[in-house]
Every structure is written in C-alpha cells, then in structure tokens.
Ligand binder design. Structure first.
Ligand code: NDP
Ligand code: 8X3
Length: 251
C-alpha cells in the first residue's frame, strides 16, 4: 500500500501496535511521542519494510506541534492517514478531590493536543481533497463512570470533535471516524495510577481485556475500506464488558 500514516502516541499501547501492523502492511509512517528512545527503537525494528520518520514532541505544546510537523521532509509532505491516538487518563478521583494538574493534563493532551495536531496536518489534506482521520475516543466518551468525570469529559469532547470534523471536512472528501475502545491492557492504567503497577494490573484481572493489537486490527480495517465507505463511529469492548462499570468476571 503506497500510503503514509501519521500516528500520535506511537511509543506505547494502541499507537505502537498500530505502527507495527501498518509497517507490516507496507504503510510508511510518521511516528510521534515524547519518548525518543522508544521512537528510535521502533524505527530500528520496523524501518526495513517501510520509510519511517520520528517526531518527538509534546502534543500540549502548540508551537512544538507546528514546528515538528513543519519540519517533515518532502517525502512525508503527503499524509494519507492521521491516527489521533495520543492521550491518557490522569487520576481517578471524585470530582471534589480532583487534582488540577490531572485535569489540565487530560484536557490539554486528549482534547487540545488532538486539535493542534489535526490543525497542522489538515492543510495538505484539504489541498489534495484527500485524507482519512481516525480519532481514538473511548467508551468513556459515550458514558460517564464514577470518578471518571474529567477523563470522560475529555473523551466526550473527542466524540464531539470527531462529529464536527466529519461535518466540516465533508466538502473536501476527507474521511473522519472514531474508534472507541473499552478496556484495553496497555500502559494506560499505569499512567492513570501514576506508576502504581499493582493497582494498574488489577484493572484487567479476572477477565480477558482487549489487547492493543485488537484495536490496531480494527484501525487497519477502517483505513482499508473502499473510498465510498467511512466508518464514522465504532465502539468495541472486551466480550466480558457490557458497559464502563459492568464487567463479567465469571466467563
Ligand atoms: P498508553 O499509555 O499505552 O499510550 C499513550 C500514548 O500517548 C503514548 O504513546 C504516549 O507517548 C502518548 N502521549 C501521552 N501524553 C502525551 C503528550 N503529552 N504528548 C505526546 N504524546 C503523548 O495508552 P493507550 O495506548 O491505551 O492509549 C492510547 C489512546 O487510547 C488514548 O487516547 C486513550 O485515551 C485511548 N483509550 C485507551 C483505552 C484503554 O483501555 N487502554 C480505552 C479507550 C481509549 P509518550 O509518553 O512517549 O509521549
Ligand atoms: C479507557 C477506558 O474505561 O478505563 O478509555 O475509561 S476506561
């Protein structure tokens, strides 16, 4: 496939699994994250089959986002697929105990970061009247769960932005859709619980969670549909999960 994908949050979890699958399928890659060593490792491992460019920046920093994307060499001037994946939950607290830095992080990364990256990539998609944007939302963008307050708000915002993007970019023939996973075992809970790995592991105990590779498969399916097919909004949970709070541990 002679295409180029730009993936944010490629250093871990869903983004990393997507990068690995896309490379296997011959999709050239721009891989982003803050952890340069992980990006270097991916480039080293995956760079035999496809062309890879890495960009190290924090999606919260709008100048850094513009500079990094503006610095892409000519062979990466055409981005066919943007996977807006970078994001995390920070903390799990009732609203009255919420930590202001956690709130800033979630809204700045999950919402504003997604907007900054999209704004920087969009001009060349609009010029070509071609492109496909996949926004990684969450079941947390479809319902709110106890103590999920601000993380859920950030993912509800992604849901709204996904719809808004699809409406506004419709005139250019740019496809926009969201993939909204339930519980996927990644570094997500390690970040949420600030390195408390036992607490993070307990989130996925007693049932079979989704794996990042499951989501990568779905993203690949979405981007390989014929042009007239746009998967606008897809929700996927582990079979054991029925909602954010109902998980069957007896399967
Ligand atoms: P991981 O923690 O494994 O990966 C998060 C990725 O986001 C990392 O590559 C990280 O890179 C990047 N990232 C985080 N903050 C920033 C930042 N400030 N600037 C740039 N990149 C950043 O989690 P997941 O793979 O699970 O999460 C990926 C997406 O999937 C997120 O949007 C998350 O909300 C969503 N999601 C996850 C679910 C789950 O259960 N795991 C379910 C539903 C949705 P680095 O640290 O190197 O910057
Ligand atoms: C991640 C899924 O349920 O931990 O978005 O919020 S959940």
């Amino acid at each position: 496939m002679n295409k180029t994908a730009f993936i944010t949050g490629a250093t871990s979890g869903i983004g990393k699994a997507t990068a690995e699958l896309f490379a296997k399928k011959g999709i050239n890659l721009v891989l982003c994250g803050r952890r340069q060593n992980r990006l270097d490792d991916l480039k080293e491992r995956l760079g035999d089959s496809v062309i890879i460019q890495t960009l190290t920046f924090d999606v919260r920093n709008k100048e850094a986002v513009q500079d990094a994307i503006g610095s892409l060499p000519p062979e990466f001037s055409k981005i066919d697929i943007l996977v807006n994946n970078a994001g995390n939950a920070h903390g799990l607290d009732p609203i009255e105990e919420g930590n202001l830095e956690d709130w800033d992080a979630m809204l700045d990364i999950n919402v504003k970061g997604l907007l900054y990256v999209s704004k920087a990539i969009l001009p060349q998609m609009i010029e070509r009247k071609e492109g496909h944007i996949i926004n990684i939302g969450s079941t947390a963008g479809k319902e709110v769960y106890p103590k999920g307050n601000v993380y859920c708000a950030s993912k509800h915002a992604v849901d709204a932005i996904n719809q808004g993007m699809r409406i506004d970019l419709n005139q250019y023939g740019i496809r926009v859709g969201a993939v909204n996973p339930g519980l996927v075992e990644t570094e997500f809970s390690n970040v949420r619980f600030k390195g408390d790995d036992d607490r993070a592991d307990s989130v996925y105990k007693g049932f079979e969670p989704l794996r990042p590779e499951d989501i990568a498969d779905i993203i690949y399916f979405v981007v390989t549909r014929p042009y007239h097919v746009n998967i606008a909004d897809l929700v996927v949970m582990p079979t054991a999960q029925a909602s954010s709070t109902i998980v069957n541990k007896n399967l």
